[in-house]
Design a protein around this ligand. Structure first.
Ligand SMILES: [Cu+2]
Length: 122
C-alpha cells in the first residue's frame, strides 16, 4: 500500500518536472498565410504564431520563392501585444511555391526550427 502510493507520487512528480519544459519550447502553432495553403495574391507580411513566447531579436526567418530568391525584406519583427508571434515583411517577386524556414529562440532560451510551404497562385 505504502509503496504503491510512493510510486504514484513519484510518477506525479516526474510529470510535473518534465511537462513544463517540453511545453516551453516554441513550436509553430499557425501561420498566415497558412501552412500548405494557396493564396491568390502575394502577402506583404508573413505572420508566425508560436506555442511559446519568443525572443524575437534572436529568431530568424528565411523566405524564398521558386527561383530561390530571398523574399523577406528584413528581420523578424515583434508583434506588439503578442509575445508568441513574429512577423516578417515580404516582397514576393513571382508567384509559385514559397518556402519558409524559421529558427526560433523562446524566452526560456530553447531553440527550435522548422519549415513549411505556401503557394501564391497569382
Ligand atoms: Cu523550451
Amino acid at each position: 500500500m505504502c509503496s504503491r502510493l510512493g510510486a504514484l507520487g513519484l510518477a506525479a512528480a516526474f510529470t510535473l518536472a518534465t511537462a513544463p519544459q517540453a511545453l516551453a519550447h516554441a513550436y509553430l502553432a499557425k501561420a498566415s498565410p497558412e501552412v500548405g495553403s494557396t493564396v491568390q495574391t502575394a502577402p506583404r507580411m508573413l505572420l508566425l504564431t508560436f506555442t511559446e513566447d519568443l525572443n524575437v531579436p534572436f529568431c530568424q526567418v528565411a523566405v524564398t520563392d521558386a527561383m530561390g530568391a530571398n523574399d523577406a525584406t528584413g528581420k523578424p519583427e515583434a508583434v506588439p501585444g503578442h509575445a508568441n508571434e513574429m512577423q516578417v515583411p515580404l516582397n514576393i517577386q513571382m508567384p509559385g511555391k514559397i518556402t519558409v524556414i524559421w529558427h526560433a529562440l523562446s524566452v526560456d532560451t530553447h531553440k527550435t526550427q522548422g519549415s513549411f510551404y505556401f503557394t501564391v497562385s497569382g
